[in-house]
Each structure stands twice: as C-alpha cells, then as structure tokens.
Design a protein around this ligand. Structure first.
Ligand code: COA
Length: 698
C-alpha cells in the first residue's frame, strides 16, 4: 500500500486521502498512490462512491515542480486522471487550502467537486512559464466556459470558492473537506445522480463554437500585459483547442504545448525564480529554530510617499499601524493620500468596497515620536541623511519598548553607524522597501554587524506576512540592488559621452524586458536630486548638470532626458536634448562614434553582474539567487530571464569576463575589470549556480 495515499472505507464510501507534506504536490509516489487507491476502491464491491481529499494544510497544490525537466516517472498524471474519470462509481474531490495546477486538474477529472469556503482554485502554470499539461485547458472550459477559463489559465490567478460555486466549478461549499465530501457522496448515491464526466460535456463550449470572438476577446484582454512571455499565448492556444477539437485531440495538443514549454529557457527561468524566492526566506547563518518575536503593532515614522506606502502594506495584511509624523499638517496629508489610493483601488474593483474604511481604521495617526511605545516593530522612513537618522534612532532608544525591532528604510546608509546611536544595536536592522512601497514586492532586510538572529527572523517573517519578498543583505553603500544599479547608471552616462542617445540606451534596456531604461527612470525619480548631491560633493556630470541648469528636472518639470506633454508620462525624444549633448561634447572636445545596440546591452548588464560577483565575494548576499530575487521583485527584471546572475550563467561567464576586460581597456575604465570571483569562475568554466550548489553541500 502507498505511504502517501491511503484508502479507508466508511460504510459504502471510500475515502482516498493524500498525505504528502508540505503541499501534497503530485510526486511520482503521490500519483502512483492515487492510482492504486482509486483502483482498489473501484474493485471493492462494498464501496459505492469515492471521496478524494487531502491531509494537512492544503489540497494538492500542483505537480511536483522539482520533477520538471527530469526524466518522466510512471504513472503519468493523465493516466491517473483517466482512471478517476472512467470510474463507474462517483468520485468527488473535497477541497481545502489551494487546489492549484495539477491539483485542480485532478479535481476536474473527478465527477464532482466540493470545497470549504476559504479554498482557492486555480491553474497558475503560466506563472512558471508553462501551461496546464494534464487536461486543465480542456476540462476547465467545459466546467466554467471559455471566458473564465481563459482568465484563469492565461492570467494564472486562482478564484475563491464562492466564485467557483457561481460558475459551476464546484457543486457545494462544505464545512470540512473530508466530512463534507463524504456527506456529498451519500447524497449523490441517495439521489442516484448520474456521473458528470467533463470530457463528455461540451454544453458550455457551444456559445464560443458559434461565435469565436467570445474566446478571442477574452484572450486579447488577458494577454495585454504579457510582453515578451511565451506561456500566456501558448496557454491561450491550448484553451482554443477545447473549442476547435474533440476532447482527446485537444488533450494531445495540450500535451505537445506543455512539453515544448517545459523545455523552454523561459520556463526554466521562471521555475528557478519560484524556488529562488522561497530560498531567500531561509536566512544563512541563523541558528535553526530561531523564532520571530511577536509583532502585533507596527509604528512607522514619516507619512510621506515611502512611509505611507509601507503603512498601507501593513494595513493591507491586517496589521495595526501607528503612523507618526512631526506635524498635524503632514500627517493629515499622508493619511489623505492613503485613503484616496485605497478608494481608487476599490473603485476599480481591486478590493471590496468596504476595504478602504476597514484599512484606514487599522491606522492610528499621531504626532510625535514619543508615541512609539506600543509598537513591536518600528520602521523609520524619514529624511535620508545620517545626521537625521541618528537623531531619530537616539530617540527610539528612549521611547521604544524593550525588545522592539528598530528598522531603517534607508536605501544606502550604513546601518552599523545608525545602530551606534542606540544602546540596543542587537535590535537594529534595515528594512528597505521599494517605491511605490504598497506595490513593489521586494524588501531588502539589512543585517548589521550586531543584529540579533531573532530580530532578523522577525523582519523576514513580518515581510512575508505582508506579502513582500524578503532578501537578506549585508551593510554596504546601496546594499544589493542600488549598488548594482549604480554601475549601470555610470555606464549609461558614459555612453552619452561616446555618442549614444538616451532613447537608444533606454530602448535596448526595455527591449531586453526591463520596464524602463535608465534615462526614463531618472526623469521619473527627478534629476535635481543627483544634481544637488553632486554639487554638495563637488562632483561634475556635464550632461546631467547641463540639463538641470536648463531647468530640466524630469517628469515633474515636463522635461528631462525626454520631453513630456502636459498630463502625460510618455517619454518623447527631444531634439533639444540631442543639441545639448552635442554642445557639451563639443565643449569638452569629445568625438562621437556610432554605438551599437549590442555594446549598449553589454555595458548595461555586464557591469551589474560584475558588481554582483563582488557582492557575493564580500558576503553582502549569501547566494546568487538572493541577488536575482532583489532584481526580480525590486526592479522589474523580466521573470523569463530569471534574474541577472541566472541570466549571466546562460550567457556564459567567460564571455562576460572577456567582454568586461575588453571594455575596461577600450573605454579606459579600470572599474570594468572583471571581479576576482567572476574571473575565477570563468577560468574554471563554472557558473554562479555552481556556487549555490556548493554552499548547499557544505
Ligand atoms: N512542487 C514542489 N514543491 C512545492 C510546490 C510544488 N508544486 N509548491 C510548493 N512547494 C514547496 C515550496 O518550495 C516550499 O518548500 P520549502 O519549505 O522547502 O521552501 C514549500 O512547498 C511550501 O511552499 P510555500 O510557497 O513556502 O508555502 P505557502 O503556504 O506560502 O504557499 C502554495 C503554498 C501552494 C500556495 C505555493 O507554494 C504555490 O503557489 N505553489 C506552486 C503552485 C503551482 O504553481 N502549482 C502548479 C504547478 S504546475
């Protein structure tokens, strides 16, 4: 008998229970166990109906992602599903937690489905660069119609039990999965209800068969934001097979589409990103079993853009917040912006209509830092200078309760230095959120010299609770993300002095898949900030300085590296900028040359990877995958390229090291010389991934 799947009999009902923690993924053992138990239940004359349910926190959460790309092991999921669907006795899937991917496909092969009210059902394969490969694209449209099927399969987001009930995906909402499933089977048997095999039921496809635009319109709406991705389009095609072909043929074509995607570089990158994100939550060097301190209330200092966004993230997750400002006026403004923001989301249908009021009720706005006393975690988002931060932390030392975690949201300042202004450096760390903080998922958790392990665990745990992706980093100027970005910034500026234009550089970067190029990003952030800071430090950057001297501060003044029409954020190339660049180069006696797109891409990306190698050498990031997580969730690195370090491995480290050496000489820039770690890996023919494997083995 299977270890992970059991069959019990309650009178005439056979209960098949999958028990394979943590998430009952469909490993070969689980597939084999289900097959065996369904066969046994069908063969047992005492059993008249079957419930398929799961132990632990969730129904089957999908295929076992670790098996993808490895030689297939019997039994194939489709064979298991045929066995279920062909059962002459009714099989009911009883769902709790998340029925995702292969899990929902199992449920769709059952004749009926019931779920508890908190359950979520979805086919998220597209988020891993895949499409559902075991009938999901054929059975779901037959269950709910092609429109919702396209939304779920091409978009990848799950739906709740109530929506599933409304659309015919489940028959009933039940109290407990196993008991509810059992009661439902008894009812079926009493009613002698005929089996419903989705593969044989085309009724919900009829409308789209008659008018294909029902399907194509749904696809167009869902693929609008899928630039650069292969899977959403392939997944949409697969749903189309359900409309255009008989079930068995559709199933065959779906399988072909799945096999193509599973071998694709995009899906490999997306699967890597899935595990990188989860790996990042495991903190290197913290004693096993270290527990988070309890966090029941958070205080946030500063109700500006950052502080407000951070406060919203906590309230979104139901955590009470004390929002602290220095004056009534600033507080009122901050609270007003938050309320407006939520109301706009509610008006778009993104959150329930009563959510803005509920979330505002979680936020207590007060004036004065002395009000931090109730908070278990304090995050300061005040003015970004060391003197101000030190003053604030000195006061926190005075007013925060003992054991409260004290976090700075600084984007580059030295946390060790900040910690020195308290008598409790063990409680001090960085929590660097990214703007807009209520949207961006990354939180760099900065571990300072004296940060206590449980303070660190507290920050990582709470970050996950508020749906952020934490990545633990060490103290250095700009931490991981901004430190690497600075290298790109330096090269993008140099490229202008050599003959490239802002729009050429930005186009290469966005074509690669980043949401914005460096110059459009500068315009968005405001060019005056860097200008002022350069002035303070006595540094010059002739082109950027000339723009600012001409009053071109970026989007806020309608002009920067680009021009902007009133009320628009579209960056338009501006001949005046070209002229200004030409004049500056002429004044400095610089000659322009044609810069190729290939050179631009290499000079944008390779210096960042070089810096990433230094970051690893210095131990600022524990794993290459942590660096990738920072870029995926903080800077919009395209998920189908896995992150800069993953991408570097696909390009080849020797090539990157050679090109860096070349540019170091060619542009007379020693900072481009390959870092020792990059050189070493390149010489040994190794990858960054080999470092992660080695550290796991250690
Ligand atoms: N295959 C293999 N391992 C999986 C898995 C899967 N389908 N889904 C989750 N896991 C692992 C995670 O890697 C993690 O392992 P770890 O503890 O060693 O890091 C563990 O299960 C728990 O997952 P986690 O995501 O941390 O838990 P959660 O409760 O926050 O979320 C899920 C649970 C199921 C919602 C989430 O894991 C998920 O979305 N999984 C993928 C579902 C999916 O895409 N299925 C379709 C596959 S084709």
């Amino acid at each position: 008998m299977s270890e992970v799947v059991k069959l019990e009999r309650h009178d005439e009902v056979g209960i098949v229970t999958v028990n394979s923690p943590p998430v009952n993924a469909l490993s070969a053992a689980v597939r084999g166990g289900i097959l065996e138990c369904i066969k046994a239940a069908v063969a047992d004359p005492a059993i008249k109906g079957i419930v398929l349910t799961c132990a632990g926190r969730t129904f089957i959460a999908g295929a076992d992602i670790t098996e993808f790309g490895k030689p297939p092991k019997a039994p194939a999921l489709n064979d298991v599903l045929s066995e279920i669907e062909n059962s002459p006795k009714p099989v009911v899937a009883a769902i709790h937690g998340t029925a995702l991917g292969g899990g929902l496909e199992v449920a769709l092969a059952c004749h009926f489905r019931v779920a508890v009210k908190e359950a979520k059902l979805g086919l998220p394969e597209v988020k891993l660069g895949l499409l559902p490969g075991a009938g999901g694209t054929q059975r779901l449209p037959r269950a709910v119609g092609p429109e919702l099927a396209v939304k779920m399969i091409v978009g990848g987001d799950p739906i709740g039990a109530a929506e599933a009930l409304k659309n015919g995906l489940i028959e009933e909402i039940v109290e407990g999965p196993a008991s509810g499933g059992e009661a439902f089977v008894r009812k079926l048997l009493a009613e002698k209800r005929p089996l419903r095999r989705l593969r044989d039921d085309d009724s919900k496809l009829a409308a789209a068969k008659a008018d294909r635009s029902i399907f194509t319109n749904a696809v167009a709406a869902m693929t609008k934001k899928s630039r650069g991705l292969e899977a959403p389009f392939a997944a949409a095609d697969a749903v189309g097979y359900a409309i255009d072909f008989p079930f068995d043929e559709g199933l065959k074509k779906e399988r072909e589409g799945f096999l193509k995607l599973v071998a694709s570089d995009q899906s490999k990158a997306q699967r890597y990103a899935f595990f990188a994100e989860r790996e990042a939550a495991k903190i290197a060097g913290v004693p096993e079993g270290t527990k988070s301190r309890p966090v029941n209330r958070v205080a946030i200092l500063g109700a500006g853009t950052m502080g407000g966004g951070i406060a919203m993230s906590f309230a979104n997750a139901g955590v009470p917040v004390t929002l602290i400002e220095t004056g009534e006026e600033q507080l009122k403004r901050g609270l007003g912006i938050m309320q407006k923001n939520w109301e706009a989301t509610a008006a778009r249908g993104g959150i329930p209509a009563d959510a803005p009021a509920k979330r505002m009720a979680l936020i207590t706005g007060v004036v004065g830092i002395e009000n931090v006393g109730d908070a278990d975690l304090v995050i300061e988002a005040v003015f970004e200078t060391m003197a101000v931060k030190k003053e604030v932390f000195g006061k926190l030392d005075q007013f925060a309760k003992p054991g409260a975690v004290l976090a700075s949201n600084t984007s580059y300042l030295n946390i060790d230095e900040i910690a020195k202004s308290t008598k409790r450096p063990q409680d001090v760390l960085g929590m660097h959120f990214f703007s807009p903080a209520n949207v961006m998922k990354l939180c760099e958790i900065v571990r300072a010299d004296k940060t206590a392990p449980d303070a660190l665990v507290t920050a990582v745990t709470i970050a996950r609770k508020i749906a952020k992706v934490p990545a633990v980093v060490g103290v250095c100027d700009g931490f991981v993300g901004n430190r690497m970005l600075a290298q790109r910034g330096k090269q993008s500026e140099k490229l202008l002095f050599e003959g490239a234009l802002p729009q050429q550089v930005d186009a290469v970067v966005t074509k690669f898949g980043m949401p914005m190029g460096p110059f459009a990003m500068g315009d968005l952030a405001g060019l005056d900030i860097g200008w002022r800071s350069r002035k303070d430090r006595g540094i010059k950057s002739e082109i950027a300085d000339a723009l600012c001297e001409a009053g071109r501060f970026g989007q806020k003044t309608g002009k920067g590296y680009y021009k902007y029409e009133a009320g628009s954020r579209s960056a338009l190339p501006d001949p005046e900028v070209e002229k200004l660049i030409d004049e500056t180069l002429a004044r400095l006696g610089r000659k322009k040359r044609a810069v190729s797109d290939e050179e631009i891409l290499e000079r944008m990306m390779y210096p960042m990877i070089n810096e990433g190698a230094k970051i690893l050498e210095e131990g600022i990031a524990a794993r290459p995958s942590d660096i990738d997580v920072v870029w995926l969730y903080g800077y919009g690195w395209p998920i189908y390229r896995g992150g800069p370090m993953f991408w570097a491995d696909t390009v080849g480290l020797k090539h990157i090291a050679d090109r860096l050496s070349f540019y170091a000489k060619e542009t007379n820039d020693p900072s481009l010389e390959p870092a020792p770690l990059l050189k070493k890996l390149a010489a040994e023919g190794k990858t960054f991934a080999s470092l992660a494997a080695a550290s796991k083995a250690a």
